[in-house]
Design a protein around this ligand. Structure first.
Ligand code: CAO
Length: 421
């Protein structure tokens, strides 16, 4: 009996084997973690779909493996024989999402991206990968919603029809697109010794996400400075009185919530299909975390409803989990606004790139003491560099200025009563 790579998560088709946790001869339990796979989102533990004894290991560390690929051979106990086959990706549950509300001609084979990668044969998956097609958008017509080659062909034909049906929209975009130059590999060793390192899946994903955001969103970045002298004094007194070791980021999260409530467009997203602005009643804050593997942005949920002490505990735990690459894919989704704080490291202002599909992001530099003018006198205050990048398709400069003032006012005016302590 073979154990195969199960469905991972939306849009994730493959990964790199980073650790094999069992060897030939090992007895394994059903659901026991048998290997760890680095996908472009996180390191995912892969559970055994069957209990038994490992008879063959079909992969080695560093291998790139696909969803559905056999990775172990196992002598399974009888009771597990059926469940193992049921757990193969081909037998995945049918998807139930409603079709996307397209304004153009009705498109039978479109559907909204599902949470689960759909069942499809390796050939279909390969074709989709080569053509850059997101299979979660294709409706499968075979048993259990499995996608067949004709389903994929129909989907492509319908995309073509849509493209030709809207020449007025597509033509200017096509004209604007400059012919892309073929990429060339440069031999840097002709100028001296070099060392090569392949990009990890995560690094490729970070790059692709940033290029998508940077090239599809006209960014504007607005800068200011917040006087955090009182905030740091408040932090000190809370540390002393309550023993609470909340960091600067935890305080800023609480201050940001107030500003987001005042200027709610900064907590919204653009639906690029329906061309609607989606205002969110919730306040889920993405936190840029610097990890050894690269930038990862997990999400802290409902921070508007949590006290400083809960936000502080959750922030610490989430940052640690992210650095250990144990963060779940779900933890990376659904943010409404992101904070990127480089102040723990250093530097002043920088221009952050929006974490699409959000509309804005806050950058924080290092708070330092500096001379500032107050009531005609020069005094020493601790000033925090702040910057906000926003999507200029949706947010005008005046709102950008209003929002950064709201952030600065909220930071400078933060009181113990705002912290739910
Ligand atoms: N100014 C001055 N001091 C700051 C500060 C700032 N802007 N931000 C944090 N600090 C302080 C903290 O209060 C803490 O002080 P104490 O030791 O007295 O408690 C110290 O610096 C270290 O902070 P920290 O980084 O450990 O904790 P944090 O909760 O403030 O930040 C996190 C958490 C996850 C935001 C941070 O660790 C991190 O990873 N930052 C990098 C984000 C990043 O890479 N952004 C770039 C994205 S674009 O490539």
């Amino acid at each position: 009996m073979e154990i195969r790579i199960p469905n991972l998560s939306e849009g994730v088709e493959s990964g790199t084997v980073v650790a094999i946790l069992v060897a030939v001869g090992d007895a394994i339990e059903k659901d026991q973690t048998i290997l760890e796979l680095e996908t472009d989102k996180a390191v995912a533990p892969i559970p055994a779909s069957v209990a038994g004894k490992v008879s063959k290991v079909l992969i080695k560390e560093g291998d790139q493996v696909q969803v559905g690929q056999a990775v172990f051979e196992v002598e399974a106990s009888d009771s597990d024989a059926t469940s193992a086959t049921q757990n193969t990706p081909q037998a995945a549950a049918p998807t139930t999402q409603a079709p996307v509300q397209a304004q153009a001609a009705p498109v039978a084979n479109f559907q909204a991206p599902t949470g689960t990668p759909p069942a499809a044969s390796p050939t279909v998956r390969k074709m989709a990968r080569e053509l850059g097609i997101d299979l979660t958008r294709v409706r499968g017509t075979e048993n259990g919603g499995r996608i067949s080659t004709p389903d994929l062909r129909d989907y492509i034909q319908q995309i073509q029809q849509l493209a030709f049906a809207a020449p007025a929209q597509t033509a200017p975009a096509a004209q604007a697109a400059a012919p892309s130059k073929p990429k060339v590999s440069i031999d840097f060793s002709q100028w001296g010794t070099v060392r090569k390192e392949a990009l990890t899946s995560l690094r490729k994903t970070i790059g692709d996400h940033l290029v998508d955001s940077w090239t599809s969103i006209p960014h504007v970045t607005q800068f200011d400075e917040a006087d955090v002298t009182d905030l740091l004094a408040l932090r000190k007194s809370i540390q002393k009185d309550k023993g609470l070791k909340a960091t600067v980021t935890a305080f800023i999260i609480k201050a940001v919530v107030k500003a987001l409530k005042e200027v709610p467009i900064f907590n919204a997203s653009l639906d690029e299909v329906t061309r609607e602005v989606v205002y969110k009643e919730y306040c889920h804050i993405g936190i840029a975390v610097d990890t050894d593997a690269g930038l990862i942005v997990p999400v802290l949920r409902d921070v508007d409803q949590k006290s400083l002490s809960v936000v502080s505990d959750e922030l610490g735990a989430l940052a640690q989990k992210t650095r250990d690459r144990k963060v779940a894919v779900e933890d990376l989704k659904g943010g409404s606004f992101t904070i990127s704080n480089l102040g723990g490291i250093g530097g002043t202002h920088f221009t952050p790139i929006i974490n699409k599909p959000e509309l804005a992001i806050l950058a924080l530099g290092k708070a330092v003491e500096k001379p500032v003018a107050r009531n005609g006198k020069v005094v020493i205050r601790t000033m925090l560099p702040v910057g906000v990048s926003y999507d200029h398709r949706i947010i005008d400069g005046a709102d950008g200025a209003r929002f950064i003032r709201a952030i600065v006012d909220s930071i400078e005016g933060l009181k113990a009563k705002d912290l739910g302590l």
